[in-house]
Every structure is written in C-alpha cells, then in structure tokens.
Design a protein around this ligand. Structure first.
Ligand SMILES: *Cc1c(COP(=O)(O)O)cnc(C)c1O
Length: 396
C-alpha cells in the first residue's frame, strides 16, 4: 500500500512494498539478521507482549525481512493476512494442525505433492484426523465424501506433477454450504497467474521454494487467507517454531520483484514447447493447462491468466525410454526441484514416485513414460533442441 492507501497494481506492489527505511537511507532493504529485538523500557516491552503494539519481539514470531515477504504475497494474492514458514511443507502442515482437531475430517484431491500425501495419509490419522481422497477428474465424486465433521478441503491446482485442475469457484460454492475451509496449494500457478482468494478460497498455501524463489536457492513457504484463520496459524507457528529465516525472507522478497516478468517468460516458453512437441512421433500426448487438448482446458481458461512453466508428456517407450531420455539430455538438469531459471526434467516412475505401487502411480496420473518439464529462462530454442535430440537418442 502506498502513502495514499490506494493499492498499486500487483506487479508494482511486488516491487515497491518495502520495510521502512532506516536512518542509513538505504535503497534496498537490509537484512535484519537478529534473533530478538530491543525495547526502550519495561512499559514498552509489557505493552508489546500484551499485543498492544506491533513491535517485533523475537524472530520466531516476526522479523522485518519475513514481514516484507508476507506483505507482498498478501498483496499479490489479495488476501487479508499471511504467515511465512521455513518451507512449503511447514506451511501446509501448519494450516492442517492449526485448524483441525481429533475427530475432524479432511477431504483432499488425490493428485497432490508427495510429502503432502504423506502428511495426510500417515500423520493426520495418528492424531485422530481422518481423510478421504477424491479424483479431480471426477470432481462431483467429492460430494458423497462430505461428512458432518468435514472441516477442510485441500486441493492443488494445477497439480504436481500431472497438471490436473479443479474449478476453485465451484469447490468454494460446495464448501460454503457446509461451512468447510477451502485450502488451495497455489504453488504451480503463483498469484501472477491465478488468485484462488478471488474465487472465494479461504486459505492459499505456497512452496516459495519453487517459482517464488525462481532460482533454486532457498526453501520457504507461506499461508495467506482469512484473518481469523491466519491468526490461528500464527498462534500455532509462533509456539511450534517453523518460522522462515530472515535471510530466506530477504532473498524471497527480492525474488518477488521479478516474479511477474519471470512467470510471463516461463509461461510463454512452456506454452511454445508444449505446442511444438504436441504432435511429436515419440510422444503419446503432451499436457499443458492452455492446450485445448487438456481435459480441464475450460477450467484453466476460467481461473488462470497463463498456463505456468510446467508441461508434461508421455513417451511411447514407457519406463525404459524414460530412463534413456533423462540420460540423453545435455542441458536440462536432473534434479528434484522445479520452478528454477534452469530447465529441469524429471521422470517420476523411476525416481520421485518409484516407491509407490504401479496402481498408486496410475491413480496419480503417473504412467511409466511420464516426463515433467519445468521450463526455465534459457532461450526456448535451446530447450526445444535438447528435448528433441534426447527424444531421438532415446527412441526404442
Ligand atoms: C515442492 C512443493 C511443496 C513442498 O514445498 P517445500 O518448500 O519443498 O517444502 C508443496 N506443494 C507443491 C505443489 C510443491 O511443488
């Protein structure tokens, strides 16, 4: 918010929201690498501990660098409030733990990030929170899963790795009838391309590690949404300690200054590559939110302003060609991250999802020849050439 309290355009807010200048008159926000903050006198300290001021106390609770990052994401998502955490997983975990209790029920899309699946299926039941998965390709199946104790619906849209999408406005309409919290992992789209809060979502979670950082340097996470829900999450995190480090907050706030231009380039390149490869003879299909052949193309057009930087395809030669394809790549990197300035290829069947059974993989849309590409900022012709030469070299 600028001095007139009139919000600027979001791409301006991402650049201009800034911690108050110190007496050094710096232009770029300095790093506040301090674990605690000082008080002039006992009365000021008392008032701060009593929540009568908004001064910082201790960096587990708040820190200027972390706050700057939070303010930007809150502005970009058009949310009421937010809290940043050490990683995307701690943001998601805190949103579950702060708002659900033993006896509650969670409904989640089946197509979700692997560690989120582990939290839901392995840990939540240990604490008496039950769950059901619904198939995002048949979203109406969710209606039959709603119970009197259903407290939250969690989705990822577009989902990792298969890019399945859910109509957020529809989900909110269903959830609001039953007083259920809608929690959307907006990691793949970023607020640049999709704003779930505007469609009525109550909470939005992010792994800031991915597109927000955009250069594969630091881990981070954030939850934004309704003030009263964020207050619970803050209270939980302040005591349990999954706080974002001031250093990471500083890096991530700087990263947001370039998020708009980066997402434009990532999306344009990914879309161009998806189109260029769509009819390639080595591929069964190519999937990208803005390709008309995507089963949920209409949803993408409705709630996203760009398709994002990820596309995927299926190799005709299955598991073995998948391994050969990765080995044949010369520029694209084999690494567990995504959302980097450098393009990354992954083959879930032989790596990240190798421990699942074939049936579990298929339920998550991961076929043996499934390849996910995170499109970087390199020249799009160089990315295309590398993929094409690796397809040729890995031919059955
Ligand atoms: C990576 C990722 C996460 C987890 O984030 P971390 O920062 O690695 O903890 C959650 N959701 C999605 C969609 C992701 O891609």
């Amino acid at each position: 918010m600028n001095e007139n309290e009139q919000p600027y355009q979001p791409d301006t807010e991402a650049v201009r929201i800034q911690t108050d200048r110190t007496w050094q008159m710096e232009h770029s926000t300095p790093m506040f690498l301090t674990s605690s903050f000082c008080f002039d006198n006992v009365e000021e300290m008392r008032a701060t501990f009593a929540d009568e001021t908004d001064f910082n106390i201790y960096s587990r609770f708040s820190n200027p660098n972390v706050d700057e990052f939070v303010k930007k994401v809150v502005a970009l998502e058009q949310a009421e409030a937010g809290y940043a955490t050490a990683s995307g997983m701690s943001a998601i975990f805190a949103s579950f733990m702060a708002l659900m209790k033993a006896g509650d029920h969670l409904i989640s899309a089946r197509s979700i990030f692997g560690s989120t699946h582990t939290v839901i299926s392995k840990f939540l039941p240990k604490w008496g929170i039950s769950y059901d998965y619904f198939d995002v390709n048949n979203p109406e199946s969710l209606l039959a899963l709603i119970k009197p104790n259903t407290r939250m619906i969690f989705v990822e849209t577009p989902a990792n790795p298969g890019l399945e999408m859910v109509d957020i406005a529809w989900l909110v309409e269903v959830a609001n009838k039953h007083n259920i919290i809608v929690n959307v992992d907006n990691c793949f789209a970023t607020p640049v391309l999709q704003k779930p809060i505007l469609a009525g979502a109550h909470l939005v979670t992010h792994s800031a590690t991915k597109w927000m950082d955009g250069q594969g340097r630091v881990l981070g996470g954030i939850v934004v949404g309704k003030k009263e829900l964020i207050k619970e999450i803050y209270t939980f995190c302040r005591s349990t300690g999954p706080s974002m480090s001031p250093f990471n907050g500083w890096v991530l706030s700087k990263s947001l200054e370039t998020l708009y231009v980066r997402m434009e380039r990532h999306s344009a390149s990914a879309f161009a590559l998806a189109k260029a490869l769509e009819s390639h003879s080595q591929l069964n299909w190519v999937r990208y939110p803005f390709l008309e052949s995507h089963p949920q193309y209409a949803i993408a057009k409705k709630q996203m302003t760009g398709g994002g930087g990820i596309f995927c395809f299926e190799l005709k030669g299955g598991l073995e060609q998948g391994k050969r394809f990765l080995d044949a790549l010369k520029m694209l990197t084999l690494t567990a991250n995504l959302g980097d300035s450098r393009s990354i290829a992954s083959h879930p069947s032989s790596t990240t999802h190798a421990k699942l059974t074939e049936e579990e993989r298929l339920k998550s849309g991961i076929t043996p020849g499934f390849i996910r590409i995170s499109v970087g900022l390199e020249n799009v012709q160089d990315i295309l050439q590398d993929i094409e030469q690796a397809l040729e070299a890995s031919k059955a």
